[in-house]
Each structure stands twice: as C-alpha cells, then as structure tokens.
Ligand binder design. Structure first.
Ligand SMILES: Cc1ncc(COP(=O)(O)O)c(C=O)c1O
Length: 390
C-alpha cells in the first residue's frame, strides 16, 4: 500500500465485513448466479415514489433561470438561497424561535452529519448509540476522530451515561431501530448536555413519519435545546430527493454564529440551485397533498409488515413513527448468516443488524419504503419457509 504511514489509519477502523456494501455485493452476486429468481428487497432505505409534479415543474423553471443572466444564480449562496432558508423557518420552525441565519442548506444529511464535526475540537469525545446509523461512526473515522458507545435500555433508547462526552448523536425516529424519542426522553439528554456543556447532533430526517403525540417534530420544541442541539433534516425521504440531494441543518446562534459560517465559505460552495428551488416547491399546498399521500403509502406498508412479522411470531419494535422495524432473529444465528439464509432459501433481502453495530447482530431491519405488493409477496415466502421448516 502507498506510504501507509501517511494515510489516515482511522479509516482502517471502518468495519468492511459488516457493511451495507458487503451485503449489496452479496445480493448482486446472488442475482448474477440466479437470473431466474425474483429477488425482493425488504431492505431498501431508498424511496419507491418519484418526485411530485409541482416540484418537478419548479425545477424546470429553475433550469430556465440559469439560461438567462437576469435570473442566473451562481456562487455566493454558501448557506443556501434565502428563499429556501426562510421557507424552512416559516414551515418547519414556526413559533420555535429559529431564524433564517441559523439554517444551513446543504446537499445531504449523510455528509452534514459528520462534516459538522469540523466545528469541534479533534479530541472531543463523540458518543453514539449501539446500534447506530453507521455513517456517524464511519464518517467520524474518515475525519480522524474516535467514537464511544452507549448501549440501549430495554425500550431500545440510548442510555444517558454517567461520564462526560462532548458530542452526542441521537437519531430520532431512529435508523435502524424505528422507534422515536419522546419529549421526556429528549429532556433527559438535553439536561445531560447542558450539565456537561456537550452538544447533541439530532438527526431528524425521519420526522415526516412521526404520528405519536408524545414525540416532538423538532428538538427545538424542548426547553434548553437551543443552547445545546444542532438539528439535521433532509428532503431525501420526505420528498424523494435521494438522488437530487438537498438537506439542511439548524445551528443555533447560542452554539455558534461565526466559526461554522467561516468554515463553510472555505469548504462548500452551496447546494445545487435547481435542487433548492425544488425544495422550496415541496412546501406548496399542492405538493404537500401529494407528499402526504406518498407518506401514507409508506406508513401503511410498514404497518402491514409490522403486523405480519408479529403474526409470524417475531419480536418486533419500531414502525409507528418510522419507515423501519427492527426484528429479532428467532434462530440462534448471526445477522449476516440470517440475511444469507433468507436470500438463498426464498430470495428475500433484509438488512443484517450487525451493519449498525455488534449489539445489532441478533436483529435485522425491515423497511416500508418499498411497495406493498413486494411486501405481501415477501411475507408470503417467509411464512411458507417457516411452515415448511416446522
Ligand atoms: C438516519 C439517517 N440520516 C441521514 C441519512 C441520509 O440522508 P441524505 O440522503 O440527506 O444524505 C439517512 C439515509 O438513509 C439516514 O437513515
């Protein structure tokens, strides 16, 4: 390997064995070896609905803007175009005391979630749940950082530690577990953060799936949060921007009003103008109706899957405020072995829990972001597999 002593050795800590890419490569190989098999994925984190028509129309118009210097938009919008930042404040943070200057638009929460670490000291102690969305861990390694873990309690919520940490990642509604943190759960974390002078990076990309009344749509509904919480959100799941790319986060001025702006001018030239104009159009009344219908289809799908797995005798959590359920493996086998078993026996794909950390190795994740037809066929196959086995 090229001058190993020069390379970022933290990258070697990324667990390549238990990775999404390893599972995907295995599925690809299986499909090539068995072209006759109809493989159904209950694993997908991508959406299965296209971008809605009013958003597409707004983006066509945005492309035309770029064809004329009178309406052209170029360099300079490092934190996002004002129209989108204000629209986000008016819609997602109405009455919560957030200003447009505290909103930073970007090209995806995957990148934002660990790019934000550039605001903090290299030696700050980062705390993650176990299991966790693996990007927090691997993104931190890519930036040369170290991470620490806290386990989950019997309700699958991260346990508030007794020791000091500087940066805490909370994903709610959670990927992979599919549960959401209530006002009370989050108040405990905010109290901890205020006491320890820590910062919570709150990944809220699945907020559009929240239905429970005791779960906040934004962390800023909770007192004290503006002093210690950075909230991330994305248009990926709520408006099918997974390929288009547009996200935002709120960095309250109580935490920082200067350093990250300076950092961003030097590190990022802003999100795509066309994608941002599309994002503005997601808030149009006609878009909201269509997006609600898409969300309802995903919610119905995950409810069907949850009910079906429970009926088949699995222990299941999540799915009420999230497109994911977290299912305990009945057999005494590891999650990658179970993933291979379902693929080889019945051509159904689930996500092995080990991808999210070793404590997930007795679970698998199921997604409701696919189609209900596929879910029904997959459930039929799993049911038949267990009937034949018993
Ligand atoms: C918890 C979580 N955060 C962030 C992302 C990525 O979002 P984006 O598409 O905005 O990069 C995902 C994608 O699956 C996710 O599950």
């Amino acid at each position: 390997m090229y001058y190993i002593y020069m390379l970022n050795k933290k990258l070697l800590k990324i667990d390549q064995e238990n990775a999404f890419s390893t599972a995907s490569a295995y599925v690809k190989e299986y499909k090539q070896a068995h072209p006759e098999k109809d493989v159904i994925s209950l694993g997908i984190g991508d959406v299965s609905k296209p971008i809605v028509a009013p958003v597409i129309a707004a983006m066509h118009k945005a492309v035309d803007d770029l064809a004329d210097m009178k309406t052209f938009s170029g360099y300079g919008n490092y934190y996002g175009i004002d129209e989108l930042r204000q629209t986000i404040v008016d819609n997602d943070y109405r009455g919560l005391g957030i200003s447009k200057e505290e909103v930073y638009v970007s090209d995806g929460t995957k990148t934002d979630s660990t790019n934000l670490l550039e605001l903090f000291d290299i030696n700050d102690k980062i705390l993650l749940g176990n299991p966790t969305y693996p990007i927090y861990r691997n993104g931190a390694f890519a930036l040369g950082r170290e991470v620490y873990y806290t386990d989950c309690d019997s309700n699958y919520k991260m346990i508030v530690p007794n020791e000091h940490y500087d940066i805490i990642y909370i994903c709610s509604p959670s990927n992979p577990i599919g549960i959401a943190y209530t006002y009370d759960d989050l108040q405990k974390w905010i109290d901890y953060a205020l006491k320890e002078k820590a910062v919570i990076i709150y990944d809220n990309v699945y907020s559009c799936f929240i239905t429970s009344e005791d779960v906040p749509k934004s962390i800023y509904e909770i007192s004290g949060s503006k002093n210690c919480c950075i909230e991330l959100n994305s248009f990926s799941k709520r408006a099918s921007f997974t390929g288009l790319r547009c996200s935002y986060f709120v960095l309250p001025k109580e935490i920082d009003d200067k350093l990250f702006k300076e950092r961003t001018i030097n590190r990022f030239n802003g999100a795509s103008y066309v994608a941002q104009k599309g994002a503005v159009a997601t808030y149009l009344p006609e878009s909201k109706i269509l997006l609600e219908a898409n969300l309802k289809a995903y919610k119905d799908n995950i409810k069907y899957l949850k009910d079906s797995f429970i009926k088949m005798g699995f222990e299941v959590v999540g799915g009420d405020d999230s497109p994911y359920i977290w299912v305990k493996i009945k057999e005494n086998i590891k999650s990658f072995d179970y993933f291979k078993l379902l693929l080889n026996e019945i051509s159904v794909v689930v996500v092995p829990g080990a991808i999210f950390g070793q404590s997930g190795d007795d679970h698998f994740r199921v997604s409701g972001l696919g189609s209900i037809e596929n879910s029904k066929e997959a459930v039929k196959r799993i049911m038949r597999y267990y009937e034949e086995k018993n």
